[in-house]
Design a protein around this ligand. Structure first.
Ligand SMILES: [Zn+2]
Length: 319
């Protein structure tokens, strides 16, 4: 029997585990939400427990596994398997996540950044099939990315390569990033900035047609609300989405100039804003790239579903 891959997507709200065939099909999975209050060691023990449960529910043993891949939502030191920092979970500062989990198993454990795992999932099973090089950008509450060169994840010196969210697209911006810098791509275009941008535009006099309660500070503005606004033709929502899309367009233009990739894949929750958003990202990109595109570049939506993080983590074992 072919060996099964185990993928663990350790997120800030959900922890997903799955048993995955080497062709990307999912054999069984488990999702829990009660890991966030636990310490690092408790989380590792919990993951080990859940892996064993998942195996026995599917009549498998550890020996049936090729190994376990873990996607982590933050910076890691790839070579020694340490997490450096994350804003999505408590702790995990210089924590030996790979070896802690390894101590429960005999099969190999791989640790990588979650966006790297998702990028690799696109390469093997998603919109990146047929390419050797690709850049994957995920746009949700934050912005993450993965770089695939010659069918391998490019990790850089430490393991933190691909942090396009912290490339600066507007140094004079009003928006300060979680990293402290002004005008990072993430500060100007991720989910966390939407309500701030909405408030600023409202104060500048753009009127919204949406029914906000009297004196609202617009803190409830998120991707879902903006989508409703777009559908209703709301000028303020359209203005926010156009600005965010424009910054992503600048971001992918910079990526294009650095890597000259054949494909850039966009994923993450904000892509649900639909064609209005995606079209403006592409038009800003083409406005900037003009006649510097010598071969066609594909700018496409992610094909991965909700399980991409987990499947990608499992796929790390195929790299
Ligand atoms: Zn930043």
């Amino acid at each position: 029997m072919e060996k099964i891959l185990c993928g663990v997507d350790l997120g800030g709200t959900k922890l997903s585990l799955g048993l995955v065939y080497p062709d990307g099909r999912v054999l069984g999975k488990k999702t829990v939400y009660d890991h966030t209050a636990k310490s690092e060691n408790e989380i590792v023990e919990y993951i080990a427990d859940l892996v064993m449960q998942l195996l026995s529910e599917n009549d498998l043993r550890e020996a049936d596994l090729e190994g376990i891949g873990v996607g982590f939502p933050g910076h890691i030191r790839y070579r020694d398997g340490y997490t450096i920092t994350t804003s999505n979970l408590k702790g995990f500062k210089n924590y030996p996540l790979r070896d802690s989990l390894s101590s429960f198993f005999r099969v190999p454990v791989r640790l990588d950044n979650d966006a790297n795992a998702q990028a690799y999932c696109e390469l093997r099973f998603g919109a990146g099939r047929g390419y050797d090089d690709l850049i994957f950008l995920t746009i949700s509450s934050g912005i993450g990315a993965g770089i695939i060169l010659d069918r391998k994840i490019y990790r850089g010196m430490t393991g933190t390569a691909g942090e396009f969210g912290h490339t600066i697209v507007d140094p004079g911006s009003d928006y300060i990033c979680t990293c402290g810098n002004r005008g990072c791509l993430m500060a100007t275009a991720c989910g966390l900035t939407l309500s701030q941008m909405f408030r600023k535009k409202s104060a500048e006099g753009i009127k919204s047609l949406l029914p906000f309660p009297e004196g609202s500070d617009f803190s409830q503005v998120d991707g879902r609300l903006l989508k409703e606004g777009l559908e209703a033709g709301d000028p303020l929502c359209m203005s926010v989405v156009t600005d965010c899309a424009g910054y992503i367009g600048i971001g992918i233009y910079n990526i294009f100039q650095v890597f000259n990739p054949p494909v850039i894949i966009l994923g993450g929750g904000l892509m649900n804003l639909g064609d209005f958003y995606f079209d403006r990202i592409k038009s800003r990109f083409y406005e900037l790239a003009r006649d510097m595109i010598y071969d066609p570049i594909a700018i496409v939506r992610s094909e991965a579903e909700a399980d991409a993080g987990m499947i990608g983590a499992a796929a790390l074992l195929l790299e």
